[in-house]
Design a protein around this ligand. Structure first.
Ligand SMILES: Nc1ncnc2c1ncn2[C@@H]1O[C@H](COP(=O)(O)OP(=O)(O)OP(=O)(O)O)[C@@H](O)[C@H]1O
Ligand SMILES: [Mg+2]
Length: 357
């Protein structure tokens, strides 16, 4: 039996250290989880790579000192790019013939996928609750709102175009329309409209979005850069829904860049990130990838798990519905959406969409 091969094939990271906390074994899953190669790690002191108070270092030291197994169900490891991955850790001592502790081994399990699934379930529940509330509210609010709008328009006409009070009627109308839009958005989330996917030219669609956001980009000194793959095949999608998605993403990117910067729209064909990992039904091997990259504030680690939740917002005038809608639309398209962000540097949102065949 080749134990090395068994350990290499395990989905959990297996890390062994000698008494001095020098790495003696680092399996393939450990490489993937920590984004550090076995070649670079084996022979190195664990404390040189991870902070001395990192859970992994602490638990292995305790195991070496006490000869006892330790475990931690909720902790994390940090990657070289400072991204923090939620994990559970279990350690065990290894004894020599004389019964002395000569090494310790840690099994580290990546919990990010589980956390993601938990978040999706939570999100689904909140969406359903928000939806029920929205349908109820919509009826109660829309009619009086319609009456208010009508009355304000009449008032405006009575006052005449020259009246200084006209300013107020304009404010009233804009705000009434804003409330109407909120209701529309909530209703969209409530009754997942069936999408009508047709072959689409994604670049034309992105240009529509660029046009919609041109004005606010200019106001915030944001330049839009295109990095389009000229040989991109048509995608299969619902144009209006996808415009909504990319409009939300581009708006978020612009809003994140307080003192201007570069917003990049990039497209290419790439591997489906979920292919073979989960049952995708008619999932395709390759998909079209669209990235919206900004140089904005980034998303603080504490907020990262919640940004897709409906009503999660850090903006004064935000509703927190943009990304919830994006997520829903991408799901309806059997696509995917991923967000990577480095605080203080920027955010990259990657969307995967099916290719039309
Ligand atoms: N590109 C980005 N850069 C930094 N933070 C972002 C970015 N995109 C989203 N966020 C964070 O995620 C939160 C949720 O975004 P989301 O689009 O769902 O709602 P919102 O923009 O606050 O409101 P709205 O409903 O108007 O879109 C934002 O409030 C912001 O904190
Ligand atoms: Mg938004």
């Amino acid at each position: 039996m080749n134990f090395q091969a068994v350990l290499a094939g395990l989905p959990d990271a297996v890390i062994a250290v000698d008494e001095a906390l020098r790495v003696v074994f680092w399996n393939a899953a450990a490489e993937e989880l920590t984004e550090r190669s076995a070649r670079r790690m084996e022979g190195r002191m664990l404390k040189e790579v991870f902070a001395p108070d990192a859970s992994l270092v602490r638990r292995l030291s305790e195991t070496l000192a006490m000869g006892l197994s330790r475990s931690e169900t909720e902790t994390s490891v940090e990657r070289p790019d400072h991204r923090v991955i939620p994990v559970s850790i279990v350690t065990a001592p290894l004894f020599d013939r004389a019964g002395r502790v000569e090494a310790a081994v840690a099994v580290v399990r990546d919990l990010s996928r589980i956390r993601q699934l938990e978040a999706e379930v939570r999100r689904g529940e909140t969406l359903a609750a928000a939806g029920r509330m929205a349908v109820g509210l919509a009826h109660e609010i829309r009619n009086p709102l319609g009456a208010i709008r009508g009355a304000v328009q009449l008032l405006g006409r009575e006052l005449g175009a020259a009246s200084p009070l006209q300013e107020y009627t304009t404010v009233l109308l804009t705000e009434v329309d804003r409330v109407n839009r909120i209701i529309e958005m909530l209703l969209d989330l409530a009754r997942p409209v069936t999408i009508r996917p047709v072959p689409l030219n994604l670049h034309q669609l992105l240009e529509r979005v660029a046009l919609l956001t041109e004005q606010s980009a200019r106001e915030r000194r944001v330049t839009i850069v295109r990095r389009y793959d000229p040989s991109l095949p048509p995608i299969l999608g619902d144009e209006d829904r996808l415009v909504q998605v990319f409009h939300n993403l581009v708006r978020n990117a612009i809003e994140a860049m307080g003192d201007g910067g570069q917003l990049t729209l990039a497209t290419r064909v790439s591997m489906n990130p979920l292919f073979g990992k989960v049952d995708m039904g008619a999932g395709q091997r390759s998909m079209v990838e669209v990235q919206v990259l900004d140089e904005g504030s980034g998303i603080p680690a504490a907020a990262r798990g919640r940004i897709f939740d409906p009503f999660f917002t850090t903006k004064e005038r935000g509703l927190g519905l943009g990304l919830a809608i994006c997520h829903q639309v991408m799901e309806q398209h059997h696509g995917a959406i991923q967000i990577d962000s480095i605080e203080g540097h920027g955010t990259t949102v990657t969307c995967f969409l099916p290719i039309a065949r």
